[in-house]
Design a protein around this ligand. Structure first.
Ligand code: SF4
Ligand code: SF4
Length: 243
């Protein structure tokens, strides 16, 4: 496994700009139904799944915002390396529960309130079961327990969000996701970034831009096993990697 180096990210951003892929992404976002939200931020509690084009869009957005970029990377590293130990918010949620990358927030964040309750709760049940299975695998393979706080954390269905018209069916939601995936396939077919960087969360994409995947995962496992080294190790990595 590898990392996504900065040169390849910049080349991909360049390709996306020349081929209007960011405009196309924004057009997809524009077609999403609207709704009313209290902005409480309770749903911003995970490394939300994103597509490569969305990662590039966010990376590009942060390029001339040095302070926000460094602050976000700092939180991203805490989130990633402490992920098996404690539950943290999405690294882009600020102290006032606002999204710091609201303009370029990914599709899944934009669709959050639009789920039908029964679909949402079914998905939540599946996630909790998968988390439990993953906990068992990690115990057998590496000999540590992912904390129950992490395994059992649930982002509850939002009753406060009011869709402008109606809730979306699963196929309608997947249709939007497919449209974004088409943009990804343009990037992958260009061959600048390896296809293995698919299906990652927002945190994982940024970690991959800093460190080799194997190395970051091994460090995370070590931190999870020897909790007393966590702060020191993460602090050292931050000083090394956040420039
Ligand atoms: S969608 Fe719901 S939980 Fe999320 S910020 Fe809006 S009101 Fe809060
Ligand atoms: S990217 Fe923004 S909207 Fe999405 S989960 Fe994070 S803070 Fe919330």
């Amino acid at each position: 496994m590898a990392s996504i180096n900065n040169t390849d990210i910049l080349k991909s951003i360049d390709y996306a700009k020349k081929n209007q892929l960011f405009e196309k992404l924004n057009n997809i976002y524009e077609t999403l139904p609207k709704g009313q939200c209290t902005g409480c931020g309770s749903c911003c509690m995970e490394s939300v799944g994103i597509n490569l084009i969305e990662f590039l869009n966010i990376y590009n957005y942060l390029q001339d915002k040095d302070e926000l970029r460094k602050k976000s990377l700092d939180r991203i590293m805490d989130y990633y390396f402490m992920e098996f130990i404690e539950k943290k918010s999405c690294p882009f949620k600020d102290e006032n529960n606002r999204c710091e990358i609201y303009e370029v927030r990914p599709l899944n964040c934009r669709l959050f309130g639009h789920w039908k309750k029964e679909d949402y709760n079914k998905n939540l049940k599946d996630i909790t079961e998968k988390n439990q299975q993953y906990k068992n695998i990690m115990k057998v393979k590496y000999g540590f327990d992912i904390s129950d706080e992490v395994v059992n954390y649930k982002i509850k269905y939002c009753e406060d969000f009011i869709p402008e018209d109606r809730y979306l069916s699963k196929s309608e939601r997947l249709n939007f996701a497919d449209n974004v995936m088409v943009l990804d396939s343009r990037l992958f077919s260009k061959g600048i970034i390896d296809i293995e960087f698919r299906d990652r969360g927002i945190v994982e994409y940024f970690i991959d831009s800093l460190l080799n995947q194997n190395m970051s995962y091994n460090i995370k496992v070590r931190i999870s096993k020897e909790k007393n080294i966590s702060k020191r190790t993460i602090g050292r990595l931050k000083r090394m990697l956040i420039k």
